[in-house]
Design a protein around this ligand. Structure first.
Ligand code: CDP
Length: 209
């Protein structure tokens, strides 16, 4: 397939969007953009004293390649800068250009199906209970050597969900035409299979060139 085909994957913190998106992109040979990384990079720069909007306008590939973006402090900073309209606006063009790349793209985030790519051929909304999401993130962080408590991770997840869902700009919510995948009781393979079933149905339905 040489024309663009866009898959939007949205959902709350630590729902498994990244894992599913990476696997889907690898399956089809599509590009994958973790849009949370853009907000995390801006959040990290804000923690260092740069004004958030300025940081968003001047993000570099090096900013996105930093190895300190995955922790809970940066995640909180990301969700704080993500409420700022100027920050979101500065990141739109990059995300849309990525979405339209020839050969197909998977973008995961909070507002991909609703704001960034409302035209996406496939929209998934990946979710799970807050407890399941916190446990998964806890295991991810501790296996990467971070010292965190499950309680703190759960509190972080809930605080970000609250802020992400209730902000005025591009709040986290499923697009009207998104397909919901609740991964609370699913293994990674089962969640991926559910996503591929939806995508295959859309690929049959959407004419391809
Ligand atoms: O990986 P996780 O789901 O924990 O978070 P993330 O996707 O890296 O996103 C970090 C934060 O960036 C979120 O809590 C949101 O506040 C913000 N974000 C956003 O507002 N819009 C996006 N498209 C992606 C992330």
């Amino acid at each position: 397939m040489s024309e663009s085909f866009t898959i939007a994957v949205d959902g709350p913190a630590a729902a498994g969007k990244g894992t599913i998106s990476k696997a889907v992109a690898a399956h089809y040979g599509f590009g994958h953009l973790d849009t949370g990384l853009l907000y995390r990079a801006v959040g990290a720069k804000m923690m260092e004293g740069t004004a958030a909007a300025e940081a968003a306008r001047n993000l570099t590939p090096e900013d996105l390649a930093r190895d300190d973006l995955r922790g809970p402090e940066v995640a909180q900073a990301a969700s704080k800068v993500a409420v700022i309209a100027e920050v979101r606006a500065a990141l739109v063009d990059f995300q849309r250009a990525f979405a339209r790349r020839a050969g197909g793209a998977v973008l995961d985030g909070r507002d991909i199906g609703t704001v960034i790519c409302p035209y996406a051929q496939v929209k998934l909304f990946v979710t799970a209970s807050a407890e399941v999401r916190a446990r998964r993130r806890f295991l991810e962080l501790t296996s990467a050597g971070k010292v965190v408590s499950l309680e703190d991770v759960l509190a972080d997840v809930k605080a970000r969900d609250e802020r992400d869902m209730n902000r005025a700009e591009a709040p986290l919510k499923p697009a009207a035409d998104a397909v919901l995948i609740d991964t609370s009781e699913l293994s990674i393979d089962e969640a991926l299979a559910a996503a591929l079933t939806v995508i295959e149905a859309r690929r049959q339905a959407v004419p391809q060139s």
